[in-house]
Unconditional design. Structure first.
Length: 361
């Protein structure tokens, strides 16, 4: 398992990061522990979680995923061997997180989030702390988690009112770094404009420099390549690519409209990003392409993301150990020029049917 540098930091993270959002909902604590055992035995040293998890988000289960990770690290006594990343929610009307009020990216709420995450995770510090989604409105439509969010017009930047200035939020992260509660800062579900604003504020001395960006990237969503790839390369911000299997649609199990019992799509109505017009046709073409190379679609799709030169770490997720084995083995696949040419040929025909900055939370 290769290790790659995270941004400009001294952290070397495994090329595969273990995602955790099913632990506490689709997976039990024992399942989560077994997945972490397997992943770390295969060279993974990087775990990604969030105060929001598990998914789907509910008041009754919020924070359980972090508790599962914390109990595993306590049992193993291996905190120093884990590069641990978590996230604070962006603006939301839900009061589950702060206990008695909606949440924003202001000092009181960020400090509250950090302290609660550290307690659940049984640790004194986080290696990487990320903003789960922006609290501002964005050009491609409304952030569904944003209070009163409306599609952004050319003349409406900030017009919905109340958004926390990026400089103010970054200054809070600076306090947390200096207090030793977090080591490095990252973003998630962010745009080129947002990344550059955070970088610019840090370069002015407002707060810590970005180490990473966690955005979706897969066969049917290569939007990162358009503008963000250049931004991240030039500014040395690492891409942590999530959803390499497009929420399971690139495994082949949903081909031709199938909805297997117990699958995520069958259990939860949350796959809208990957159920857009023409998405099913595009997914089928990639899944059939994988089979033409003699590979399982899941292995092929994971190997593609892991092989991209601009991906520092691919965040994988699984609900079973065989699924996790498949994802981990993608690190051993030699991605060939013929594979890339075939993938690009499909991409030219079908484009990006599932581009969206925000997850279906």
């Amino acid at each position: 398992m290769q290790k790659r540098r995270l941004g400009r930091t001294d952290l070397l993270v495994s090329q595969i990061c273990l995602g955790s959002m099913t632990w506490g909902q689709q997976n039990t604590q024992a399942d989560g522990h077994a997945q972490m055992d397997l992943a770390f035995s295969r060279g993974v040293n990087f775990i990604d979680t969030a105060e929001l998890y598990p998914i789907p988000p509910k008041a009754e289960t919020q924070g359980w995923t972090e508790k599962i990770i914390g109990s595993w690290m306590r049992a193993k006594g291996n905190r120093d061997q884990v590069i641990l990343a978590s996230k604070v929610v962006g603006r939301t009307a839900n009061t589950w997180f702060r206990g008695d009020r909606p949440s924003k990216l202001v000092r009181a709420d960020i400090f509250d989030a950090v302290e609660k995450s550290l307690t659940r995770l049984n640790t004194d510090y986080l290696d990487l702390y990320q903003i789960h989604w922006p609290e501002r409105d964005v050009p491609w439509g409304a952030n569904p988690n944003r209070v009163g969010a409306v599609p952004l017009r050319a003349d409406s930047a900030g017009a919905t009112g109340g958004e926390t200035p990026i400089s103010e939020t970054l200054a809070v992260f600076d306090e947390l770094v200096k207090a030793g509660k977090i080591r490095h800062v990252g973003l998630s579900n962010e745009s080129s404009w947002g990344v550059m604003r955070f970088v610019g504020e840090a370069d002015k001395g407002v707060g810590p420099r970005l180490a990473s960006l966690q955005n979706a990237y897969n066969f049917v969503n290569r939007g990162f390549e358009v503008n963000l790839a250049e931004v991240c390369e030039r500014e040395q911000v690492s891409l942590l690519a999530y959803s390499p299997l497009a929420q399971g649609y690139l495994t082949g199990k949903y081909d031709h409209g199938a909805r297997p019992q117990g699958s995520r799509s069958q259990l939860f109505n949350r796959g809208q990003r990957y159920e857009t017009p023409n998405a099913a046709e595009a997914q089928l073409q990639y899944n059939e392409l994988a089979r033409s190379f003699g590979m399982e679609p899941a292995l092929f799709a994971n190997a593609y993301v892991t092989s991209r030169p601009f991906v520092t770490s691919s965040i994988i997720g699984a609900t079973t150990l065989p699924q996790l084995e498949m994802a981990l083995s993608s690190a051993d696949v030699v991605w060939t020029e013929d594979m890339q040419k075939a993938v690009d040929a499909v991409h030219q025909r079908v484009g990006n049917p599932s581009v969206s900055c925000f997850p279906a939370l």
